[in-house]
Write a protein that binds this ligand. Structure first.
Ligand code: CDP
Length: 231
């Protein structure tokens, strides 16, 4: 049995399928999985509930920064499903709603929010044996990760996938609305000054536009085995 544990960073565009891939890989190899996007979504939900985001989606940066010590985020696994816990409450379902998706990127662009969440993410990964997905995991959170993957797919493919997922979960959304949200978040994520979405120079690029889920799961497992064999 192999006991060597590594850190695996999976970054990429919104709705690129990186979370499903990261989750499956972690389950297959017995690693912990952390969804860093869920943490930004939880902060956003807290800000929305406490009147810190106006009707046009502009966050009250000062109030959000002041509230950071009051926002406790954790994860709890039950029946194999990972739940995001905000101050003791399971908010897993709520943070996936379009209302949160529409507000999250400006909140995630606030440097102080990023510093607080990055510190927490680094603490989660302190003992390795972790798969974390997000936008800046390979560049900022774990620049020394042994395996870095950067996932991309066309905006239309990603919007189609997210739309299907929302409809299956019973949410009301139109394809056009989802596509607009995906394109808008890409733009904010790529152009913010604090750790923008960018492929790390040592990350392996995966374009999964034309890949099935099974194909991509096999692909990443091969990359993991290669990374482990190099140790
Ligand atoms: O699942 P989806 O691709 O829709 O997004 P997510 O991973 O849940 O992340 C939601 C948002 O949080 C992103 O659009 C980013 O604005 C932000 N985010 C970030 O800035 N840095 C991360 N490491 C993860 C997410």
């Amino acid at each position: 049995m192999d006991t060597k544990k590594i850190t695996i960073a999976i970054d990429g565009y919104s709705s690129s399928g990186k979370s499903s891939m990261a989750k499956r890989l972690a389950a297959t190899i017995g690693y912990r999985y952390i969804d860093s996007g869920a943490m930004y979504r939880a902060v956003t939900l807290y800000a929305m509930r406490n009147g810190m985001i106006d009707d046009s989606g502009n966050p009250d940066t000062k109030k959000i920064i002041a509230a950071l010590p009051d926002i406790n985020i954790d994860f709890a696994v039950s029946d194999g499903i990972q739940n995001t816990i905000l101050n003791g409450e399971n908010v897993e379902k709520e943070i996936r709603q379009m209302a949160v998706s529409n507000n999250v990127s400006p909140v995630a662009a606030i440097p102080e929010v990023r510093h607080a969440l990055v510190a927490k993410q680094q603490a989660f990964g302190a003992e390795k044996g972790i798969v974390m997905d997000g936008r800046d995991i390979g560049t900022t959170v774990f620049p020394d990760a042994e395996l870095k993957i950067f996932v991309r797919a066309s905006a239309e493919t990603r919007a189609q996938r997210r739309f299907k997922e929302l409809i299956e979960k019973g949410s009301q959304a139109s394809y056009e609305e989802v596509l607009a949200n995906v394109v808008h978040r890409d733009h904010i994520d790529e152009t913010r000054s604090e750790s923008p979405l960018r492929q790390a120079s040592d990350a392996i690029l995966l374009d999964n536009s034309n890949m099935t889920i099974e194909e991509q799961n096999g692909w990443i497992l091969d990359k993991y085995n290669e990374a482990i064999s190099k140790l």
